[in-house]
Design a protein around this ligand. Structure first.
Ligand code: AQP
Length: 333
């Protein structure tokens, strides 16, 4: 069966609608057809300053949310990145075939280091995309479901895989990004010119899965809409309304054209009130299931341990092959 891999950082108390609609829904959809590996990337999470206890808590919260959203641990390997040491080991090898200039062109590093300047950014943040390439290549993933913001990192991963294969012989499969155009970039509810993001969005611009549903409903009702009155999907001239139509369509399965027709003689307010109800209905069960799962940490530990075992089986083989190909002498046991 073809393989799929993706990861998410445990860097917030809750995932937001950008993560959910842009990436996590695809994780769930793909797990039936693909041999799926999904990781909570805690190694990536320490590339920015963090608090250890908060990271631990958020790692559990991430696992609970993923399961609540529909990741089936009997089908997919759901694991914590640091439980599989091969990620860091392969990242080192890949960093030795990554150009410094090539890594310097990654826009996420530029964006994330912009505030404090590159002088203060960590080397870990700089090599983040190389570790991400290792995450993907360890499992020889065919598909990587992500949002649009990850496209450049996927390109780098393909370049590194191709370069390694060229130098050391065919080892890695070249992964393709799996980006669903409609939901590739969910935008901020208050500023539709930027993506919804935990670091750049204001509290009113971001909808969190685990937030009080009443608060989320209010945020949808006060979303910025565009001038004019017509409810029409037009990302350029009506980015706010278009974003709401995207969220509506994705949560209900109704086509955007169908929604345009249904709201043809109604106002923005009407659309927002209806969408607020839909959002409440969507998040309420996820929130309840997450808190049930969080009540039994030992069970979460067991599920994550099983995921890590499954992941290590594959990762250890890939790393052994890589070590052999680059010329390391095998350890005699
Ligand atoms: N607004 C978005 N629209 C569509 N997809 C999105 N993703 C994130 N924001 C949007 C996708 O979510 C997945 C998880 O990404 P991550 O672990 O890298 O999360 P993140 O980047 O830390 O989330 P943020 O909010 O985007 O964080 P900051 O503000 O720190 O950059 C990825 O597949 C991502 O594409």
């Amino acid at each position: 069966r073809p393989r799929v891999l993706s990861g998410i950082q445990p860097t917030a108390d809750s995932f937001h609608f950008g993560n959910y609609l842009g990436a996590l829904r695809q994780w769930i959809a793909l797990q039936d057809e693909y041999d799926a590996y999904y990781c909570i990337v805690d190694l990536h999470a320490i590339t920015m300053e963090h608090d250890p206890d908060t990271l631990r808590e958020r790692t559990y919260r991430s696992a609970a949310q993923l399961i609540a959203l529909g990741i089936d641990v009997s089908k997919s390997a759901l694991f914590v990145q640091s439980h599989v040491p091969e990620h860091a080991q392969l990242a080192w090898v890949l960093s030795c075939i990554t150009g410094f200039g090539e890594a310097s062109r990654m826009t996420q590093f530029k964006d994330k280091s912009a505030k404090g300047g590159t002088e203060r950014a960590t080397v870990g943040l700089f090599t983040y995309p190389v570790l991400q390439a290792a995450d993907i290549l360890l499992y020889n993933a065919d598909r990587v479901p992500v949002g649009e913001d990850q496209r450049q990192h996927l390109e780098l991963t393909r370049d590194l895989a191709g370069r390694f294969n060229h130098r050391f012989g065919d080892t890695f499969r070249l992964p393709a990004p799996h980006i669903v155009a409609q939901t590739a970039k969910i935008v901020d509810l208050q500023d539709p010119t930027i993506k919804m993001s935990k670091s750049a969005s204001s509290p009113a611009g971001i909808v969190d899965l685990l937030d009080d549903p009443k608060r989320s409903a209010k945020k949808i009702r006060s979303a910025v809409t565009d001038s004019g009155t017509e409810i029409r999907f037009d990302e350029e001239n009506k980015p706010g309304v278009s974003n709401l139509l995207t969220i509506y369509s994705t949560l209900t399965g109704r086509a955007v054209a169908d929604l345009e027709q249904a709201y043809a003689d109604k106002g923005y307010g009407h659309l927002k009130v209806d969408l607020a109800d839909i959002v409440v209905d969507a998040v309420t069960p996820i929130r309840e299931r997450t808190s049930e799962l969080l009540a039994d940490r030992a069970e979460l530990d067991r599920m994550l341990a099983a995921g890590a075992r499954k992941a290590r089986d594959v990762a250890a083989d890939t790393l052994a092959e890589v070590y052999r190909r680059v010329g390391f002498v095998g350890r005699v046991r």
